[in-house]
Design a binder for this molecule. Structure first.
Ligand code: HEM
Length: 141
């Protein structure tokens, strides 16, 4: 049961990473249609929130079930999780409140979307590498 919980947590992180990479195409596919870009980015945020919530849920349940104490790696994960969530909500609000029909605004938001997604991908990749290094005993966090 516990093994399954950790495995699910790990798989969800990889699914999330794949989802973010696919999301990079949203600004490109909708590059000529600002309203479609806005709609697609809202749907994207909805799935983003769903997956990231499942990651937190499986991580927390596994941690409690295993009666683990807060390790440094768990604290880093929670911080990364909060940063990812914070950036995504900021981005969502920015796109929602903007005058997306304005070509200049649309252009800025498109490149912003891509830059933010790249930062999020980097954060997750660093976290995954860190956990691999921990499992191999290279780092002790
Ligand atoms: C509230 C959020 C989270 C909690 C409570 C949590 C909790 C945990 C715990 C307790 C473990 C096992 C730790 C260990 O083996 O020392 C773990 C493993 C892991 N977590 Fe999280 N986590 C959270 C969010 C995240 C996020 C956002 C990421 C990715 C950015 C992530 C990536 C990983 C990875 C890659 C592993 C290793 C899995 C494996 O051994 O295959 N976690 N998590």
């Amino acid at each position: 049961m516990l093994e399954q919980m950790f495995a699910t947590h790990s798989i969800l992180v990889k699914i999330f990473l794949g989802f973010l990479v696919v999301g990079l195409f949203i600004p490109m596919i909708t590059s000529k249609e600002p309203l479609k870009f806005r709609k697609a980015s809202f749907i994207y945020t909805m799935f983003f929130q769903a997956i990231i919530s499942m990651i937190a849920f499986t991580g927390l349940i596994a941690m409690i079930t295993a009666e683990m104490s807060m390790s440094m790696s768990t604290i880093i994960m929670i911080i990364v999780w909060a940063i990812l969530m914070y950036i995504e909500i900021k981005k969502y609000k920015l796109i929602k409140l903007s005058k997306i029909e304005d070509p200049q605004t649309h252009k800025v938001l498109k490149s912003g979307f891509i830059k933010i997604t790249i930062i999020q991908i980097l954060l997750i990749t660093i976290m995954v590498v860190l956990m691999i290094l921990k499992a191999k005993g290279v780092v002790s966090i």
